[in-house]
Design a protein around this ligand. Sequence first.
Ligand code: ADP
Length: 268
Amino acid sequence: MRRQRGGSGTLDAAGAGPVADALTLRGVSREYRRGVVALHPVDLTVPRGRFLAVMGPSGSGKSTLLQCAAGLDRPTAGTVRIGGTELASLKETALTRLRRERIGFVFQAHNLVPSLSVAENVALPLLLGGEQPDGRAVRALAAVGLGERGEDRPTELSGGQRQRVAIARALVTEPDIVFADEPTGALDPATAQGVLALLRQAVDRGGHTVVMVTHDPAAAAWADEALFLARGRVVERLERPGADEVSRMMRDLGRDAGQGAAREGWGA
Ligand code: ADP
């Protein structure tokens, strides 16, 4: 069932009740060992149908935030909800199922299985869940412009095409949310633009929700909002970010991070 877009309080398509936001973090923090706080308490709501870019200098907590939000790591404190389901309430098998069925992942390296065909790669999340693809993999491939390449092996495709397959695989289960970790990090700028346009289209036409970690201001400019982390805290949020202002912000944060590191004796 395709649900209506919108934040908390929106009724679902059947009018049965409020539709939960795609992602909610309440007071989510992560301390790796005593004193090393990778993430200070973060509150964040991502409504359905939104494209959010997460930015910040290296070591600012982007991966930690993504891993906690996607149920790949357990926060030290706070609650994470995916489509209204609180992750802490789930045992490991239920969490694994939720990750497979209700979260899509796109990584910098596309992580396709080379021995499977392109169509089989896209169908994999369904097959692992014991479901028949029922044409869903074919439709997902067509939606990323690769409807004719289902029988090929991933090695027969270009880097950009492989990333399109990874996006089709991430969307095939109609997940509550897609997490993309530097999805264009290994692509040339022109190919990257195509992949970003596809993510934008998944949000605008498909009603999907995307949270993308990136260090590239040009990539962030495709998002509805850019959220900036520094030293494990959310320090700024920009609606409809432009590449220039994102670049400026990243320069400032990089400078601050460098000064902080030097102050604390980590720098040169
Ligand atoms: P980013 O993704 O922005 O580069 P990370 O989330 O990877 O930042 O890291 C945030 C902070 O947490 C850094 O100081 C990093 O060294 C630390 N950190 C990350 N993972 C671990 C870990 N497994 N054990 C200890 N410290 C970690």
